[in-house]
Design a protein around this ligand. Structure first.
Ligand SMILES: [Zn+2]
Length: 326
């Protein structure tokens, strides 16, 4: 049963009340009706807005416990609106946009909400890519853009895998890696690409162990000309350029290396569902995955950007109100 609003009018008629949002979560979490996690009993009474009490063992269970909605202070209706806003727009939303649309008092709240939602955008159990895969890395961040060789400066190094479906781009995976060593690259490959797949790369030595790791390896050596690289691995370079346009457009480039992985998750979430006929389906997936994602405390999300990076001036974290590139 995949039941979701198709239009904003449907969304507003459906989710204007707290009870409707709660019922939607309850139905998604317990598709066959409530079950007590302690004793399996199905009869429960509601003791508070999202809290059920088992009629047999009296255990209390919240529909939001253990999900990203655990301990939220604002009403579910606002969270639902945030999820609709993020998924209904082709390019997603910036924290500033969410703050404005929801009328949130602080930029910080909107920023943290978006980061909580991004945690839910990647399913831990998702399939690996398979078949013919193009693989390459790119740098992002800092004052300069583009590829500057394989040494890491303050830029983040991103590895990207793109599944080919004939001439067309299929699903993608991407991740920030510490360096372009064989260990870093192969760790990503093993997590994201099924053995037996053919991986097409340039001649970088970090890829030389792929065959021993159980993959077919197609190598095209690139010359000095970066334009040539885009021709040799056209799909992955198309994705790199769309990714950079999104990071620099929707988010104005103001992203620290510590948070970048979560933005990549959001890009991937949207990209892999770009052919989905309905934006409502993305909303449905986000709600569904939010219920499967453990909560990360507010302070942990905020701290990630502040403590670990002395060079994160470009981070549009909760402290920064202004947004600038680089
Ligand atoms: Zn019980």
């Amino acid at each position: 049963m995949e039941d979701y609003p198709r239009t904003i009018a449907e969304f507003e008629a459906w989710f204007s009340q707290e009870a409707a949002c709660r019922d939607y979560l309850v139905r998604m979490r317990w598709p066959n009706g409530f079950r007590c996690p302690s004793c399996g009993h199905s009869n429960a009474s509601m003791v508070r807005e999202t809290l059920f009490q088992c009629a047999r063992c009296r255990r209390q269970t919240s529909v939001t416990a253990g999900t990203i909605f655990q301990d939220i202070r604002k009403p579910l209706t606002m969270w639902f609106r945030a999820m609709w806003y993020v998924t209904s727009q082709k390019n997603g939303a910036s924290a500033l946009g969410v703050q404005r649309v929801l009328g949130l008092g602080s930029y910080q709240t909107a920023w943290v909400w978006l980061h909580k939602l991004r945690r839910a955008m990647v399913r831990p159990d998702r399939d690996r890519l398979s078949g013919w895969i193009e693989l390459d890395e790119t740098y992002f961040g800092g004052l300069e853009e583009g590829r500057i060789g394989r040494g890491r400066v303050t830029k983040a190094l991103i590895v990207i895998a793109v599944q080919a479906e004939g001439p067309v781009i299929g699903r993608i995976r991407m991740r920030v890696i510490p360096d372009a060593s064989a260990d870093s690259l192969q760790g990503f490959v093993k997590d994201c690409i099924a053995p037996g797949s053919t991986i097409h790369t340039d001649g970088w030595v970090g890829y030389s162990g792929l065959q021993n790791a159980g993959y077919e390896h197609e190598v095209t050596r690139r010359g000095k000309d970066p334009k040539l690289a885009a021709k040799l691995l056209p799909r992955v370079h198309r994705v790199i350029s769309l990714l950079k346009r999104w990071l620099l457009g929707t988010h104005q480039g103001g992203i620290s290396n510590q948070h970048l992985d979560y933005y990549l998750d959001e890009f991937t979430f949207r990209f892999n569902r770009r052919k989905s006929g309905s934006r409502g389906k993305l909303f449905y997936r986000l709600v569904e995955q939010s219920l499967m994602t453990a909560p990360e405390p507010y302070q942990a999300i905020v701290r990630r950007g502040k403590l670990s990076s002395p060079q994160a001036q470009s981070d549009v974290g909760p402290q920064a109100q202004s947004i600038g590139v680089g």
